[in-house]
Design a protein around this ligand. Structure first.
Ligand code: GRF
Length: 195
């Protein structure tokens, strides 16, 4: 069985990317991480890719804040195709993907979101849960489609909200769960994808 070839996209520090790369290094996740890409020039996730010896690149996003230009998105598709990427893993990628990516990788783009979807889609979902007075929130791995955080759910894990939680302490607890369920979800995808 050949390894599933994945590409990871992120805009931030890349702790989910680290969790994936560490599992791969330990032989616990049978994927080939072909490429790490970021729309942020000095993102921690690119530094992390260099630390792990994974090919990486900065993708100039263009002038819009929440999406790529069509040209930039087409360049992204080309980079992923040239790297023979089969599954695109979003790990804190802060731009909404549009038709070029969705059509190039149908049901082959996954994301991790810091809430129990369909509750609290959108930005800073842990703060939304805290403000709403929830007792439990969590994280969700889902397929990416044209909706905002609305694609088919692959896996979820609940995380308690404690009485003295700040936004930061809650997000940190959610991230511990993210680092467990994202590699696990990808490994299940490997089995499905190679059937
Ligand atoms: C995570 O909380 C994830 O749920 C959200 O973006 C954050 C990325 O964190 N989509 P990191 O860069 O993986 O540390």
């Amino acid at each position: 069985m050949s390894l599933l070839q994945i590409g990871i996209l992120g805009s931030g520090k890349g702790s989910n990317c680290r969790a994936i790369l560490e599992r791969v290094r330990k032989g616990q996740l049978a994927v080939d991480v072909r490429l790490v890409l970021s729309d942020v020039f000095d993102a921690g996730i690119l530094e992390l890719a260099r630390e792990f010896g994974v090919p990486n690149a900065y993708l100039p996003p263009g002038p819009f804040r929440t999406r790529l230009t069509p040209e930039s998105e087409m360049a992204l598709v080309q980079m992923l195709h040239e790297a023979h990427v089969e599954l695109v893993v979003l790990a804190g990628f802060m731009r909404i993907l549009k038709a070029p990516m969705l059509e190039a990788f149908p049901k082959r783009i996954i994301n991790i979101h810091p809430s129990l979807l369909p509750k609290f889609p959108g930005l800073e979902a842990w703060k939304q849960a805290l403000l709403a007075g929830e007792k439990v929130t969590g994280c969700t791995v889902h397929l990416v489609d044209a909706s905002i955080d609305g694609g088919d759910i692959i896996d979820q894990r609940g995380v308690p909200i404690l009485p003295n939680d700040s936004a930061e302490s809650l997000h940190a607890r959610i991230q511990i769960a993210e680092h467990e369920i994202y590699p696990e979800a990808i490994s299940r995808f490997v089995v499905r994808g190679n059937k």
